[in-house]
Design a protein around this ligand. Structure first.
Ligand code: GLA
Length: 727
C-alpha cells in the first residue's frame, strides 16, 4: 500500500510489517525519512534538521543556512558533487566534462502492480494485487537528466524492490558514471554488517562485523557476481540475532560486477548503496536514450535474521523463479562429473543410468566432455557438436538408451567460453574478450567469449539449438568457469568501452532468455565453478544453482548456512558424492537441504550404501514439499558453534517439521538438546520415530534430549514431527 500526504508532502510505502517514508522538502529535495517497523502515521519531519551537526558542510543558498545541508540530511538518492560528501548513488558526467549531479523532485505516480524490467531479470508479480508501485520522477535541471526512482512495496511480504532509470532529456550527450539501484540513509550506525565471502569450493561463508566510521562493503569486478563476495548484505541491529530484532537485507538481482557499500559518517548515520560496480563502468547516453539499472530487493523485519531469510525465500520461490519447475517436482538426478570426469562413453553412461535407476533416480546428467574433441579441459569450448568418438552414433543413441531405462537425460554447456584450441576460435579469432595490444590472461585454458555481440550470441545459440532441438534433453547445466580480465569488445567505440561488462551480462541474459523460451520444459541448473554465480539474476532463468564443487558434507554446512541467509533450499544444488569424510547417511541428510541428487559412480557402491541410497531416494520424495516450500529455521549455526549444526524445515501451516542435527566435531559431556522453532505452541506433534507426542510449546521451550543417539564426528540424525489432529 502506498499513499501520498499532500499537506505533509510525504510518500509512505507500507508492507504488512514495515514502512518506508519519503519526504519532499524545500527546493524539491527528496529525503529518506524512515525505513523500519510499520508506522501507522508519518509525522516525521522533526527527524531531519540535522544541520547543526554539520561539519564544514556547504548548503543550498536558497534555504536558510541553519536548516539544511544535503551533506547531513537523509537523502533519498544521493548525488555526486553538490554538497553531499557521503558515497553517491548517482554521478553523471555532462557535456562540460564535470560530474556534478543534483536531482530534485518533479512528480510521482502510484499504481497497482509492478513494471516489467525486461530484458533485466526481476522480481515479478503473480497478480497486480500483490504489490503497489511508486515512481518518482526527478530531474537534474542543468543536464536535463531525468531520473525515475522505482519502488514496489509488497502487501503481504515485507519486501520493497527498487531500481532506477536515467533518461537523457537534454540536448547534449551524457555519461553515467555511477547509477546504484538503491540508496538508504539510516539515522544511526548501531548495526553489524553481514556479508557472504568465499572462494572456489568455499562459497558464501558468513562474515559479520560491526559498522565503523568510514566506508565498508563488498564488490565484484570479476565480470560475474563471483565466489568471492555475493551480492547480498544484511544489517543486524546490535542486540538482534537469529530470532529477534531489526534485520535489513539487501540483494541485487544481477549477475555481473556489483558493489554494496555502507558509509558511517561523522554524525554516526549510515548510508547504504547497492548496484552495478562503478569501477570499469560508464554508460553513454545520447539525447533521448535511457539506462535502466538492475533491481535491488530490500527486506526489513524486527524478527531477526531468520525471518529476514524466510522473507527472501518466500519471495524468490513465488516471485523470482519461473517456469515448469517453479512448483513441479524436479527430477532426482545423478551427474557424471565426479563419477567419470572426462572419461566416459555411451556404454559407461548407460551403465551409470541403469544402476541409478535401481535406486529410483530419475535422470542422468552427462557433464563436461561430450563435445568437440574434449577429453580434458584444454580444448573445444565453443565447438558445441557431439564428439562421436565418445558417443558412438551420436547423442540420440545415448538418449534413447537412457530413456529406454525410464530415465530422463541432461547435458552440460559452458556457452560463454571459448578454448584457443577450438574450431570456433580458429574461425573467429576476434570473438574472445580482449583489448588491443595487450596479451590476454588465460584461465582454465580458456577465454571468455564476447557475449555483448549479437553475432557471437547468434552463433552460440544456433549451435545450441541444433543439438537441443534434435534431441530430447530434459535438463541443462549452464557453467561459467573463469573470470573476465582484459575486458573489451571489438565492436564498442572508445566512448562506450566501459559499457562492456554490463553489455556482457545483458548478452548472457539474452541467451538464457532464448533458451527458456525455446525449451520451456527444460530444467536449467546454473553453475560457475561450483557456486561462483549464485545470484538472484541467475535464478530468474534457472530455478536451481550448483552451490559448490565442495561436496564434503561437513564443509558444505557453512556454505549452505551462508547461502540460506538469502536463497531458499529449492535453489541450492546439493549432491551426495563419494567424498569420504562421513558415511552416506550424513551425506544424504546434508544434501537433502537443497535440490538433492548424486554425483558418484553408482556401480562402486557397497551393498549397505546401496540400501542407504534407496532410503534417501524415498526421503527425497517424502520431504520434497516440506524442504522446497517450507520455512527454514537455522537452529544452531556453525558460524557460532564449531561442534554441531542444526536446522529444520517447518510446513507453512505448521503441521509438520523435519529437524536435522549434524555433529561436526565430537564434544564429550554436553547434553544434546534440540529446541525447535516455528511450531504452533498449541498444536501437538508426534515424533515419527518414537511415537512420542509433545506440544509445540514443549518442543520449542524445553526441547528434546537426544544425548547419546549420535556422538561421533560426522554423524547426523533427522527427526520428523507431524501434527496429531483431534478428530
Ligand atoms: C565446473 C563445475 C563442475 C563441473 C566442471 C566441468 O567446475 O562446477 O560441477 O561441471 O566444471 O568442467
Amino acid at each position: 500500500m502506498i499513499s501520498f500526504d499532500e499537506n505533509k508532502k510525504i510518500l509512505k510505502l507500507d508492507t504488512k510489517n514495515s514502512s518506508y517514508v519519503i519526504g519532499i522538502y524545500d527546493e524539491n529535495y527528496i529525503l529518506n525519512l524512515y525505513y523500519g517497523a510499520y508506522l501507522p502515521d508519518c509525522n516525521l519531519w522533526g527527524n531531519i534538521k540535522r544541520h547543526k551537526n554539520a561539519s564544514f558542510s556547504p548548503a543550498n543558498p536558497h534555504i536558510p543556512h541553519e536548516e539544511f545541508s544535503s551533506d547531513v540530511e537523509p537523502m533519498e538518492y544521493s548525488c555526486n558533487g553538490s554538497g553531499d560528501f557521503r558515497i553517491s548513488a548517482l554521478a553523471i558526467k555532462n557535456a562540460d566534462g564535470n560530474s556534478v549531479t543534483d536531482i530534485r523532485y518533479v512528480s510521482h505516480k502510484i499504481y497497482k502492480g509492478k513494471p516489467d524490467l525486461s530484458p533485466l531479470p526481476h522480481v515479478y508479480l503473480n497478480n497486480d494485487a500483490e504489490a503497489d508501485t511508486l515512481e518518482i520522477l526527478a530531474e537534474d535541471k542543468v543536464t536535463g537528466a531525468l531520473v525515475t526512482l522505482y519502488y514496489t512495496a509488497f502487501n503481504d511480504l515485507d519486501v520493497i524492490t527498487r531500481s532506477v532509470k536515467v533518461t537523457n532529456g537534454g540536448g547534449n550527450a551524457l555519461d553515467i558514471e555511477r547509477v546504484f539501484s538503491m540508496c538508504l540513509d539510516l539515522p544511526d550506525m548501531d548495526y553489524d554488517l553481514i556479508t557472504l565471502y568465499g572462494r572456489h569450493a568455499k562459497e558464501r561463508s558468513r562474515e559479520q562485523r560491526p559498522l565503523a566510521h568510514g566506508i565498508q562493503g563488498i564488490a565484484s569486478k570479476r565480470g560475474s557476481s563471483s565466489h568471492t563476495q555475493n551480492p547480498f548484505a544484511a544489517l543486524l541491529r546490535h542486540g538482534a540475532d537469529e530470532n529477534q530484532g531489526d534485520a535489513y537485507g539487501f540483494n541485487l538481482v544481477y549477475s555481473g560486477n556489483f558493489e554494496f557499500s555502507a558509509e558511517c559518517d561523522f554524525s554516526a548515520t549510515t548510508r547504504v548503496i547497492m548496484g552495478i560496480n562503478p569501477t570499469d563502468f560508464s554508460w553513454h547516453l545520447e539525447a533521448g536514450e535511457s539506462f535502466q539499472s538492475p533491481e535491488a530487493v530490500m527486506v526489513y523485519t524486527n524478527e531477526g535474521l531468520g525471518e529476514m531469510s524466510r522473507i527472501f525465500h518466500r519471495l524468490y520461490i513465488n516471485n523470482l523463479v519461473r517456469g515448469k519447475y517453479k512448483y513441479e517436482k524436479r527430477p532426482l538426478l545423478i551427474n557424471s562429473w565426479e563419477a567419470a570426469y572426462f572419461d566416459f562413453d555411451t556404454d559407461k553412461l548407460v551403465e551409470f543410468a541403469s544402476h541409478a535407476k535401481e535406486f529410483g533416480i530419475d535422470m542422468l546428467v552427462m557433464d563436461d566432455g561430450w563435445f568437440g574433441k574434449r577429453n580434458d579441459d584444454t580444448n573445444s569450448l565453443g565447438d558445441w557438436f557431439v564428439n562421436e568418438e565418445k558417443l558412438e552414433g551420436g547423442l540420440g543413441v545415448l538418449i534413447d538408451r537412457v530413456n529406454a531405462l525410464g530415465m530422463k537425460f541432461g547435458i552440460w554447456y559452458e556457452p560463454e567460453m571459448i578454448s584457443p584450441d577450438s574450431e570456433l576460435f580458429r574461425a573467429h579469432p576476434d570473438w574472445y574478450i580482449h583489448v588491443p595490444n595487450r596479451e590476454s590472461s588465460i584461465g582454465r585454458n580458456q577465454y571468455v567469449i564476447d557475449m555483448s555481440r549479437e553475432d557471437v550470441r547468434d552463433n552460440i545459440w544456433n549451435q545450441m539449438y541444433s543439438v537441443l532441438s534434435k534431441n530430447k534433453v530434459d535438463y541443462l547445466k549452464w557453467d561459467f568457469n573463469r573470470n573476465i580480465s582484459e575486458a573489451g569488445s571489438a565492436l564498442l567505440p572508445p566512448e562506450r568501452s566501459k559499457e562492456f561488462f554490463h553489455r556482457f551480462v545483458l548478452g548472457t541474459y539474452d541467451l538464457m532468455d532464448r533458451l527458456t523460451k525455446a525449451f520451456p520444459d527444460m530444467l536449467i541448473e546454473n553453475c560457475s565453478g561450483g557456486g561462483g554465480r549464485f545470484d538472484a539474476g541467475m535464478l530468474y532463468y534457472s530455478p536451481q544453482i550448483w552451490t559448490s564443487d565442495n561436496t564434503d558434507p561437513i564443509e558444505r554446512l557453512s556454505i549452505q548456512f551462508g547461502t540460506s541467509l538469502c536463497y531458499p533450499a529449492s535453489t541450492m544444488g546439493a549432491h551426495v558424492s563419494a567424498s569420504s569424510r562421513t558415511g552416506y547417511e550424513t551425506k544424504g541428510n546434508v544434501a537433502l537441504w537443497g535440490t538433492f541428487g548424486y554425483e558418484l559412480d553408482p556401480t562402486k557402491l557397497c551393498e549397505s550404501d546401496r540400501e542407504t541410497v534407496k532410503q534417501q531416494v524415498k526421503d527425497y520424495h517424502k520431504y520434497y514439499d516440506l524442504i522446497h516450500y517450507g520455512d527454514l529455521y537455522r537452529l544452531v549455526d556453525p558460524y557460532f558453534d564449531p561442534y554441531k549444526a542444526v536446522w529444520s524445515f517447518v510446513a507453512p501451516d505448521k503441521s509438520e517439521a523435519l529437524v536435522t542435527y549434524v555433529i561436526m566435531r565430537e564434544k564429550f559431556c554436553d547434553i544434546q538438546f534440540i529446541r525447535l522453532r516455528g511450531l504452533d505452541k498449541n498444536k501437538f506433534y508426534r515424533n515419527e520415530e518414537t511415537g512420542e507426542v509433545y506440544s509445540g510449546a514443549l518442543l520449542m521451550n524445553a526441547g528434546i534430549n537426544i544425548t547419546g543417539k549420535i556422538w561421533r564426528d560426522g554423524e547426523s540424525l533427522m527427526l520428523h514431527f507431524t501434527e496429531v489432529k483431534n478428530d
